[in-house]
Design a protein around this ligand. Structure first.
Ligand code: PMP
Length: 450
């Protein structure tokens, strides 16, 4: 490894960072992470902290998962790559597909289409949704509906259904025919509704209204995260996703669950859809499917949708879509090992227990610090604090103050993520009760400092 001063000096000289201004990365060098063990990361100066970001919502099993490392090494030795494009496949991806079929059976999902990550999975699901309708002779169903505040990756399709201007404005014009409805975001919403259940009903009514306005026969799919993640951890009322499911079914619109964050235990259930008792038509997964050990993803497909493709006799079901790394054998080996560990450790149970402790601790912090306008969580290990400079007016906090809180928290033992006015917490699901206290105490020091 190069020496620390070299790394600090050169960090952004020859690369651009995602989601950052290039000049800012040069002026304010990021944390240079050089090692990780368990749920902790170590930076170039040797400072070790609990990673309350969990990599990027993906390192559910922590950084030292030996069975995964062994599986990857063995697969690299035996077969480092072979494609799954028409005409060939590899043994490992067949084994994984059977495992995923079992895993997702309660969600009604029985086929997998592999990708290299979350944005690929979203792109794949959006395309398969249009193709599904074309096969069935409803070629006019081409539009997409989604939620404001939703995040669906950064490919053009995903950016088009994204509900946050930051990811859209610089890249417009995006895909035509994408419309966003209000999210069930209790803290701020256009209805000024503070009751989660009533707000869910208002958002569902807005969805119905939009479908009537557009014409149901023009809409291919509705895409949503079971709990909005990157948009600021916004859990809907329990009636919301089932309500969306009913409306989609009534109008022949496919429901795509974007579970890039929520699949594999994050919400305290095995999937976010199962958390709300909903079976989607398509489900996007990535991230924890390989826990950050390999870039990989899968779109899971319901039996009903699969039947439409498989029974097609017109040729329209031929899939003109795929990636060189769709079904990569090393990714498949990593996914198989991660799945086995996820089940062996029963991570959703720990996510639910530690998540409850974290949420309760954050609520205590909110009782102490007026800067905390809203505390969100209560569904496994995904929580957020929305910060304000004035509680009554809900004025979003300035960048400098939230940055200072993050910095002091880091010096005090926890890496937390800042996204706009939100501090977002998505630690590994194998977190201990002590780790939860470390995160809370680091945040406490961060708030005390400002
Ligand atoms: N969908 C959701 C819900 C996500 O949270 C993310 C990433 N945070 C993506 C899609 C995109 O995934 P990736 O960054 O792996 O392309």
């Amino acid at each position: 490894m190069k020496d620390g001063n070299f790394l600090k000096e050169h960090n952004a000289r020859s690369m651009w960072h995602p989601m950052a201004h290039p000049a800012d990365s040069l002026a304010n060098p990021p944390t240079i992470v050089t090692g990780a063990q368990g749920v902790c990361i170590t930076d170039v100066d040797g400072h070790e902290v609990v990673d309350a970001v969990g990599g990027l919502w993906n390192v559910n099993l922590g950084f030292s998962c030996q069975p995964v490392k062994d599986a990857i090494a063995a697969q690299l030795d035996r077969l480092p790559y072979y494609s799954t494009f028409r005409g060939t496949t590899n043994d490992c991806v067949i084994e994984l597909s059977e495992e995923l079929r079992d895993f997702f059976a309660p969600d009604g999902l029985t086929r997998a289409f592999y990708t290299s990550g979350g944005s690929d999975s979203v792109e794949t699901a959006l395309r398969l949704a249009r193709q599904y309708h074309k096969i069935r002779g409803e070629a006019g169903r081409v539009k997409y509906l989604s939620l404001k505040k939703g995040y669906h990756g950064t490919h053009f399709g995903g950016a088009s259904v994204n509900g946050n201007a930051n990811f859209r404005t610089q890249y417009e014009p995006l895909l035509p025919g994408c419309t966003h409805i209000p999210a069930p975001y209790t803290y701020r919403n256009p209805f000024n509704e503070t009751d989660p259940e009533r707000l869910a009903q208002l958002c569902l009514a807005a969805l119905e209204d939009e479908i009537a306005f557009q014409g149901a026969g023009t809409i291919a799919a509705f895409i949503m995260e079971p709990v909005l993640g990157a948009g600021g951890v916004i859990p809907p009322h329990e009636s919301f996703m089932p309500g969306v499911r009913d409306i989609c079914s009534k109008h022949g619109i496919l429901l795509i669950a974007d579970e890039v964050i929520t699949a594999f235990g994050r919400t305290g259930s095995w999937t976010g859809s199962r958390h709300w008792g909903v079976q989607p038509d398509l489900m996007c997964t990535a991230k924890a499917i390989t826990n950050g050990y390999f870039p990989f993803g899968a779109v899971m497909i319901s039996e009903d949708v699969a039947q439409v493709f498989e029974q097609d006799e017109t040729g329209r079901a031929a899939i003109g879509h795929g990636y060189t790394y769709s079904g990569h054998p090393v990714g498949a080996a990593a996914a198989l090992a991660c799945l086995a560990e996820t089940k062996r450790l029963n991570v959703p149970e720990n996510a639910a227990a530690r998540g409850a402790e974290l949420f309760a601790g954050l609520q205590k912090l909110a009782a102490t610090y007026d800067l905390i306008g809203d505390v969100r969580g209560g569904h496994g290990l995904m929580c957020a604090l929305e910060l304000v400079s004035d509680r009554a007016a809900k004025t979003p906090i300035d960048k400098g103050t939230i940055g200072k809180i993050q910095e002091v928290a880091y010096q005090s033992g926890a890496m937390v993520r800042v996204s706009g006015p939100n501090i977002i917490l998505s630690p590994p699901l194998v977190l201990t009760a002590d780790d939860v206290q470390t995160i809370l105490s680091a945040l406490d020091k961060g708030f005390a400092a400002v």
